[in-house]
Structure formats: structure tokens, C-alpha cells
Design a protein around this ligand. Sequence first.
Ligand SMILES: *Cc1c(COP(=O)(O)O)cnc(C)c1O
Length: 351
Amino acid sequence: MKWQGVIEKFRPHLPLGSDVKAVTLLEGDTPLLPAPRLAQAVGLSGDLYLKVEGANPTGSFKDRGMTVAISQAAAEGSRAIICASTGNTSASAAAYAAQAGMEAYVLIPKGKIALGKLSQALLHGARIVAIEGNFDQALEMVSAIAQQHALTIVNSINPYRLHGQKTAAFEICDTLGRAPDYHFLPVGNAGNITAYWMGYCLYHEAGITSGTPRMMGFQASGAAPLVQGRPVRNPETLATAIRIGNPASWNGAEAARDESGGMIGCVTDEEILAAQRLLATSEGVFAEPASAAAVAGLQKVCGTDQIPVPSVIVCTLTGHGLKDPSAITDVCPEPVSAPANIDAVRKVLKL
Ligand SMILES: *Cc1c(COP(=O)(O)O)cnc(C)c1O
């Protein structure tokens, strides 16, 4: 049957009434890409797969949650949605709101959102305000404003978001025919690690899979509240999607870590950029810096030899690299230019 998006595929596992019409951009069904060259490069002997969530319609996993949250909001008669965002939530919310014919209000931290994401929110017609503060402050304000004006919040504190996002775990199990042994992913506001764990547990309890993976979450070291065990007042990292100091799903992330026997660690911005490049050169996959935090985490764990063989390892690449081109152009030298003649070009290419 042709793909109809995550709601039609997984409706029995979602808390939506049968009369709730799907607002969908046909999100989900993303590639689970075998990554043997990356595995070798990080010294891993198990089977490594990349869940390429940048292949979603707006370029990040946020679409899985947004289709469910906005479909429910539309069914309830909501005319407008609101969110705080480090970028991808606003891009996704604006796109799905456009499709639902709803107004979208977006609060972003000024100067700290990647250009690709901002341009999406702008073009889809969201009303955007760039606040002189960080994501955590934006989210607090969104909660207050939503109450006063009867707007539907579509941040991951909206439970429908997490139910949508858990479908990525279903897809992974369906494709592998089992649950992985380890699941690596970046952690910001901690909704996604909570959602994946919910999905893996649901399949296990339903008898569809016989086990659950260890959940391996990674934060940026300048924004690692879950590692430090307390909120970070001024989170800093070039991986803007995870530049969050007080995650809304704090308890969910700790439960996922502890119940699964996993861990939440952190990686530096240098490690993130190196991992982004390694992923791009070894497997041909371009992911944004926040996504590369999971790869950097994998690299770190493999360096200390904690993963037994044989193991099946999945790493979620949360967003597309094109979201944040300046993360590359800021650090890579400009291409050398040459006159338009073959000899000059050969010389530059050292042919
Ligand atoms: C939102 C986002 C994250 C963080 O996910 P949380 O659910 O907030 O932990 C990571 N990477 C990308 C690309 C994102 O858009």
C-alpha cells in the first residue's frame, strides 16, 4: 500500500480518535541505512544503522510529532498553535499549520537559530518573534501565553508530539525484525529519547519484539544538564538544536536511561564537528551538528570498548545538514578559484 504518513501507518498505537483526520506531509518511512564504513572508522565490530530523519518532509524528526499534535489540535477546533523553538520545531510547526489552515506563532532565541530553519518558518507564514533570551526562557513564555490566549502548544510538552515521535522506534523494529541492542541519539529538550523509549517499550509489551535497546543519549558539553544533574543557566553549543539548559522531559530522559540500562553523556563541539565530517565522508550522509552529537557519542563509547560483539546498533540522525550550512562554511576554507581554462583548473585540482 502506498505510504500515507505515520498516523495511517500506526493509528492503532496512537491516542487519536478514529474520526481524527490526519494533517500530514507524508512524514516517516525514513531510511535505516547500514553504515559499515562509519562502524569501521569508529572501531565498532557490530552492525551499525543510521535512522536518517533528515529525510522527513521539513528535514527533521519533528514532523513525526507535529502530524499527530496538529491533527489532534485541528480535531479539537484549534485555530492557532504556538511553540518555542531552537529551529526545527518552528519549521515543522509552520509547515503543518499551513497545511491545516492554522495560524502559527513562534518564539525563537535571537541569533541562535540556523538559517535553513528560520527560512522555513518565514516562508510557511509563521508569526515569529526573536526573543533576547534562550530557548528555556522562550518555552516558559509560550506556556504562559498559550493559557491566556487559548492557543495549542506544539512543543514536546504536548503529549501528542511524543506519541508521534515514538513511531521512529516502531519503524526501526519493523525493518530490523527485532529491537536493536543499543540506540544512540542526541538529547536537547529530551522529548525524543523519551518518545523512542516509549515506542520500544510498547512494542516489547505487545510481544512484537523480545527485547529493548540500551538508550544512549548525548548532550553538548556546554549544554549538558542531564549529565551534570542540574539545569544549566547559560547553555552554549554550536549545535543550536540541543542548546537547552533545562529540558522539559527531564524525568522521561532519566527513566529511559535507567530503565534501559543506558547512559546520557556529553561531547564537545569539536567532537561534534569531527563526527559530522566523518559521517559525511565515510557514508555520504549530511546531518546537522546536533545529529552528529550522537555519532560523536558512539565514537566516544567505542573508544572505551563498552559495546560487546555481536551487537545491533542504531544511531538517529535527527536533522538534515542543509539546515545549517554555516556550520560548515564557517570552518571550511573557501574553494580556490581559477580562470576558466583547463590548465589552470588541472593545476588547482593537482591532476
Ligand atoms: C529537536 C532536535 C533535537 C533534540 O531533540 P529533543 O527531543 O529536544 O531532545 C536534536 N536534533 C535535532 C536536529 C533537533 O531538531
